[in-house]
Ligand binder design. Structure first.
Ligand code: NDP
Ligand code: OXD
Length: 318
């Protein structure tokens, strides 16, 4: 390993000192350079980024690989001046497990009328809902059967839920009724009571959670109207359409972890809507202590001539 090699870090919205400390701990011979420093530094071969400023990576003469600090990479592709080098994203059992916790938490909260009981408690009202469907009477439809979607499917299946899923290409997931592509979208939307969205934000998925989609979702089921849970990206959803769908009864409730604009504006009606649960992009944050190590291991493996893993398909955008 060359001791004068540097790693460029851009960690917008994170505590950069935490990431610097963890990267240094795992890569003791390499200096970590925090942007805006280092933008033309020939000793930088690797960049670790979250929402890097436009142009940050374009003038690094020896940049070999870009590492996303998260599982999603839409934040990287916003930069129109990206150099043509491989992009590696986070795939980690730690992150996956925490996302599945969020998904199971939200699915169970809707399934078990959590919001209604919290509101009854506020008013000191003892009012049991007698008709509680069991999990095997419910179907959860997972939009995005990737690393995260498949794990959520397995864990929800273990609780007894019926599971359907939708992906770009046909997939085969044990115990899941799978649909794919635009041909399978209509049948998928008709298949479930609770929709969990774990899609990446790409040109093909932007705005997919809109009025037309909500109209095509099934209206049957124990909850009366479908529930939407989006932990993918805010750009997938049209927030005005979500509010209209809640008010018109097309959706019965939503849980949103991601938003068109983050942080969510104080004046957004989503904060106070009685059928909306808001979390601040907190479903599965990238943990520096858990993820810096695997990122540096990939750098070391690449230096040894081994292939990169968890590569992004640039033509698909995820
Ligand atoms: P993957 O790349 O492993 O999976 C993506 C899935 O989406 C795949 O099944 C893929 O289909 C499907 N997909 C992509 N494009 C389309 C399309 N046009 N139509 C139908 N299906 C499509 O990603 P992950 O599971 O690791 O992560 C998913 C997303 O979750 C991330 O991109 C990120 O935005 C978000 N995320 C959010 C977090 C949070 O805290 N809220 C934390 C981490 C991630 P196919 O199987 O055919 O490739
Ligand atoms: C991610 C995220 O993409 O935290 O990892 O949103």
């Amino acid at each position: 390993m060359m001791s004068d090699e540097r790693i460029l870090l851009s960690a917008t919205g994170w505590d950069p000192e935490l990431w610097i400390g963890e990267l240094e701990r795992h890569a003791p011979g390499r200096e970590i350079v925090l942007e805006p420093d280092g933008a033309t530094d020939p000793s930088i071969r690797y960049a670790v980024v979250w929402k890097q400023p436009e142009g940050l990576l374009s003038d690094l003469p020896n940049l070999k690989v870009i590492f996303s600090l998260g599982a999603g990479v839409d934040h990287i592709f916003k930069d129109t001046t990206l150099p043509d080098v491989p992009i590696v994203r986070i795939v980690s059992p730690n992150l996956t497990a925490r996302m599945s916790e969020y998904v199971v938490w939200q699915v169970l909260d809707h399934h078990r009328f959590g919001s209604r009981y919290r509101s009854l408690q506020q008013d000191r009202v003892w009012d049991e809902i007698r008709e509680q469907a069991s999990a095997d009477e419910m179907t959860v439809g997972i939009m995005g059967l990737g690393e995260l979607g498949r794990d959520s499917a397995t864990k929800l299946k273990a609780l007894g839920f019926n599971i359907t899923g939708w992906s770009r290409r046909p997939q085969n997931v044990d115990g899941v009724t799978c649909y794919a592509g635009s041909d399978g979208f209509g049948d998928f939307l008709g298949s479930a009571d609770i929709f969990v969205v774990l899609l990446p934000l790409t040109d093909a998925t932007r705005g997919i959670l809109n009025s037309e989609t909500f109209r095509r979702m099934t209206k049957r089921g124990p909850l009366g109207a479908p529930v939407l849970i989006n932990a993918g990206r805010g750009g997938l959803q049209v927030e005005a359409d979500i509010i209209a769908a809640l008010d018109d009864g097309l959706l019965s409730a939503v849980s949103l972890d991601v938003f068109e604009t983050e942080p969510l504006a104080k004046e957004s009606p989503l904060w106070t809507h009685p059928k909306v649960t808001v979390t601040p992009h907190a479903a599965a944050a990238s943990s520096a202590t858990k993820l810096a190590g695997p990122i540096v291991e990939q750098m070391k493996a690449y230096d040894r001539g081994e292939p990169l893993t968890n590569l992004v398909d640039k033509s698909a955008g995820y």
